[in-house]
Design a protein around this ligand. Structure first.
Ligand code: 13P
Ligand code: SF4
Length: 335
């Protein structure tokens, strides 16, 4: 059902329209406005919050999100909120992580198909084989995985704290999975030996070093900042490598005249809104999983309390331990 724009909703959403005027056309915003108003009203009635990942589209990120951030900060926010209901505007592993750290809350994901190529690249059985091949080496697992995989691990990490987590273990060698490129990047930042897996992010693996060199050739002063899920030849060309929140903080602190964010498409729009003096070169690689989330399905999710995220009891305890052990290490560059 399409919601109609009324004078009342137009008035209520006017500040958001103005804020987004550089990244969302007015004609497009008119379609979003009734959903933004309805979601914000329902959240209040239900004591619900929307947690949004940095890759959400601007109308979600700036229109209905109560808190925004990278995977790590979203996990802390879920653990700390007083709300009864958390809607995860992100992908499934983020909703599972929220449920692990906030087991008594209702956690909703608006579209169950919002997956992740990294989460699909490894199973708990693979971890058992790796443990046999590298006896005694602790397993550090990127949060971009299922609860089953987390439960088979010693500790989780995100792109925001991977180095700190690896070094917190005091081991000479760790098994790091599933993201090969993140693991390779961590290996450049530490003396700990890193055993890799061959999972990749389908969005970040598409960037090339050649592409980055062409941006620099066009403007030698441009700042290029990249997510560590990119291949090593891409990261070698970057001025800064960090989590999505780390990249945002870099732009806010440095205020470069021109920047290229080597990551998912919507990031640049979201960061541009609060940094009007920075020009963004916008390479556009979309994450099809993140893009499953829309204002429409966030509203439906709150109206129908779907889809509730539940973690099978046989894995919840061990998966929670791996996530909470990570949270105890600290927030790295994410907060
Ligand atoms: P961040 O934790 O850096 O936000 O990354 C999550 C992700 O899925 C990147 O592709
Ligand atoms: Fe997964 Fe890559 Fe999408 Fe992030 S951008 S959710 S790592 S597929």
């Amino acid at each position: 059902m399409t919601l109609e724009l009324t004078d009342a909703t137009r008035l209520l959403t006017e500040p958001t329209r103005q804020k987004l005027s550089e990244v969302v056309l007015d004609s497009e915003f008119e379609l979003f406005a009734p959903y933004i108003a309805a979601i914000n009203e329902l959240k209040e009635d239900l004591n619900a919050i929307v947690l949004a990942h940095n890759y959400m589209t601007p109308e979600i990120y700036h229109g209905v999100a109560d808190l925004v951030g990278d995977s790590l900060s979203l996990a802390y926010m879920a653990a700390e909120t007083d709300a009864d209901i958390i809607v995860m505007a992100g992908v499934h592993f983020m909703a599972e992580t929220a449920k692990l750290v906030a087991p008594d809350k209702t956690v909703l994901i608006p579209d169950l198909r919002a997956g992740c190529s990294l989460a699909d690249s490894i199973t708990a059985a693979d971890i058992e084989l790796l443990r046999q091949a590298y006896p005694g080496a602790p397993v550090v697992t990127y949060v971009n995985t299922s609860a089953q995989v987390k439960a088979a691990s010693d500790i989780c990490c995100t792109s925001g704290n991977a180095v700190e987590v690896v070094e917190s273990l005091g081991a000479d060698r760790v098994i790091f999975l599933p993201d090969e490129y993140l693991g390779k990047w961590v290996a450049t930042q530490t003396d700990v030996e890193i055993v890799l897996w061959n999972g990749h992010c389908e969005v970040h693996e598409r960037f090339t070093g050649e592409e980055l060199r062409s941006y620099r050739q066009a403007d030698p002063a441009v700042k290029i900042i990249a997510h560590p899920e990119c291949p090593p030849d891409v990261l070698a060309e970057a001025d800064y490598v960090g989590s999505t929140s780390g990249m945002q903080t870099y732009v806010e602190d440095i205020q470069p005249a021109r920047v290229v964010m080597i990551t998912e498409c919507s990031m640049s729009d979201n960061v541009a809104v609060n940094n009007p003096d920075v020009e963004f070169v916008r390479p556009c690689n979309l994450c099809p999983h993140m893009k499953r989330i829309s204002l429409e399905n966030i509203l439906t999710s709150l109206q129908t309390m779907t889809h509730r995220v539940e973690i099978p009891s046989e894995v919840a305890g061990d998966a929670r331990r791996a996530v909470e052990r990570m949270l105890a290490v600290g927030a790295g560059s994410s907060r």
